[in-house]
Design a protein around this ligand. Structure first.
Ligand code: AR6
Length: 171
């Protein structure tokens, strides 16, 4: 059975098979967790990202990890909350988590760390995102117990509290 855990560390320092980046559709870097990942990974990451042709909202692309602790990085693009109806934003955020997990299965990556996608600069309401994220990951892992561990990397205290509360509840 997959373990679902919470960490409050900088995601670039986590010793896992793959970390997820909350990127933008250019995949050429930005602020927030994306900026932190590019800073830690170094310029070779940007060079690989330039070859990928961007990424649509809800989709995900895999690169090597370079200077981050994990050997791989999955770059996904969350929805900008104000640009969609709430239902459409939910569908797109679901796709981010689902597509990352699908790629992990395909590439046999068994320990994954997610940041709180879209809940920073992209303005998604944190409680809504936490509930959707945990439901999506729980459902996926029920059918894919090969995934050993999913770490919810909650950088800000509000997200950490929300994840602790939501993970503690039974579905
Ligand atoms: N480790 C883990 N989580 C972090 C870190 C870190 N080092 N730094 C920030 N967070 P955001 P978004 C958390 O804004 O909302 C970028 O410019 C942060 O506290 O990084 O999806 C991209 O290029 C928050 O909870 O991503 C896009 O343009 C979470 O990461 C845009 O921001 C996500 O916040 C994407 O916006």
């Amino acid at each position: 059975m997959t373990r679902l855990t919470i960490s409050q560390d900088d995601i670039t320092t986590l010793s896992v098979d793959v970390i997820v980046n909350a990127a933008n559709s250019s995949l050429l870097g930005g602020g927030g967790v994306d900026g932190a990942i590019h800073r830690a990974a170094g310029p070779a990451l940007l060079e690989e990202c330039k070859t990928l042709g961007g990424c649509k909202t809800g989709e995900a692309k895999l690169t090597r990890g370079y200077g981050v602790r994990a050997p791989f990085i999955l770059h996904t693009v969350g929805p900008i909350w104000s640009e969609h109806s709430p239902e459409e934003a939910d569908r797109l955020l679901f796709n981010c988590y689902f597509n990352c997990l699908r790629i992990c299965m395909k590439e046999e990556l068994q320990v994954i760390a997610f940041p709180n996608i879209s809940t920073g600069i992209y303005g998604y309401p944190k409680p809504r995102a936490a509930k959707l994220c945990i439901e999506t990951v729980r459902d996926f892992c029920k059918n894919h117990p090969e995934i050993q561990e999913v770490i919810f990397c909650c950088f800000d205290p509000e997200n950490k509290n929300l994840y602790e509360e939501t993970l503690g509840m039974q579905v």
